[in-house]
Design a protein around this ligand. Sequence first.
Ligand SMILES: Cc1cc2nc3c(=O)[nH]c(=O)nc-3n(C[C@H](O)[C@H](O)[C@H](O)COP(=O)(O)O)c2cc1C
Length: 217
Amino acid sequence: MDQVHSKLISSKTLVGPFPPFHPEDAGESPHLLFLKWYQEALKYGIHETHSMTLSTIGVDGTPDARVLILKDVDEAGWYFASSANSTKGVQLHNNPRVALTFYWSMIGKQVRIRGNAVPMDRERSAEDFLNRGIVARAIALIDKQSLILEDQQNFHSALADQLDRMEQAPELISPSWSLYRVEANEVEFWQADEERKHTRLTYERQQGSWAKSLLWP
Ligand SMILES: Cc1cc2nc3c(=O)[nH]c(=O)nc-3n(C[C@H](O)[C@H](O)[C@H](O)COP(=O)(O)O)c2cc1C
């Protein structure tokens, strides 16, 4: 424990060097700046660039968060997929307000998105489902994500049952699988600086357009 503590207090963060960020050159739309930053992260070969934290509000008001995969980004928002019956799915049904957080440490970039998660229609959700690997689809067809699992063996046999079903009907689609789009109200771009003179640029949605502001670091 002592070793962990001394390691923690001596660990360095935001070592750099980082690519420069000039907020005066940022365009009018946060999704375009996000795509630019994303491409930069790809260029640096960052591992799992598309992992992000989705924060939700629990049915009792307690915050909740977990890592998910980003499925797409366009002018309308940021997309992820999960079961509508999972804990997060129930939370989203109850309260669609969410936050997404990305952090790409190698380039010192953090993006924070706040908005509402909106379920997409059956067709788009089915398309996402069919793009998943066979085991991922079989697990989604079990549709017990986040419920208590009494015995690991129950999972293995439920998985085998679904794989058998899929052999007969490979186009099976889980009715609860949902693609969600996070429609942002606020998007913040945070660029680290080795000397701690970080740059923050936020976009706030205002009557159909985006208002940009710098924030104190
Ligand atoms: C890198 C990574 C990617 C993940 N991607 C997804 C995903 O796209 N969809 C999903 O439902 N769960 C994904 N998970 C699992 C979630 O973090 C979480 O355990 C699961 O969705 C249950 O969350 P819930 O109990 O809040 O509903 C991923 C986990 C990790 C670590």
